[in-house]
Ligand binder design. Structure first.
Ligand code: VGL
Ligand code: ZN
Length: 192
């Protein structure tokens, strides 16, 4: 096993742990809320830089069904559903990255059209620990882009959940991330 103690060249990237992606939300991910305590333990670690992405769409976003997209309206900027899960210790986050904010472009990855890569590089980050929602969309895209940015990527398998539009999508996404050189670990194995 690689050394997964989180140090100063590591960053935590919490993906889209928002009300609309949790049970009761507009695009609920089954058990999405169950990762909150695991994410909070990670946010309490002293050393890694902590970033959190949020899906932050304008009304009438291209990904919404009325516009021909796949999804019900979700995470509309400045609405309650776009807030972080109320149980998430969001005050420990160093950097919030909003994405998907352009009406005509979807952005599953936290790196897509954002300053995330530049912020991480300017802080000397070489490895990211990725957790959040959803395994088969924004976690997958963020992890794969992290590799493309030249980062080591550790996906925390106990602190992610999948939409699974088709059964097995989450598992296939994990295989794809592994194929791209991501490591798979459990958040509970990261020491304090
Ligand atoms: C996501 C579907 C649509 C995600 C975002 O955060 O995984 N999924 N928009
Ligand atoms: Zn979205």
């Amino acid at each position: 096993m690689s050394d997964i103690a989180a140090g100063s060249e590591d960053a935590l990237v919490v993906v889209d742990l928002q009300i609309d992606f949790c049970p009761g939300g507009a695009l609920a991910v089954s058990e999405g809320d169950l990762i909150v305590p695991l994410v909070n333990r990670l946010l309490a670690l002293s050393r890694p830089f902590k970033a959190a992405t949020r899906d932050w769409h304008p009304a009438g976003h291209v990904s919404f069904q009325a516009q021909g997209g796949l999804w019900p309206p979700h995470c509309v900027a400045e609405t309650p559903g776009a807030r972080f899960h109320p149980g998430m210790d969001a005050d420990r986050v160093d950097l919030i990255i909003s994405k998907g904010a352009l009406k005509d472009a979807d952005a599953y990855s936290g790196f897509d059209g954002t300053r995330l890569a530049a912020e991480l590089k300017s802080r000397g980050v070489r490895r990211i620990f990725v957790c959040g929602l959803a395994t088969d969309y924004c976690v997958r895209a963020t992890a794969l882009d992290g590799r493309s940015e030249g980062l080591e990527v550790v996906v925390l398998e106990d602190a992610i959940r999948a939409v699974d539009v088709k059964p097995g999508d989450g598992d296939r996404a994990i295989q794809e991330m592994l194929g791209a050189g991501c490591a798979l670990e459990k958040s509970v194995d990261i020491p304090e």
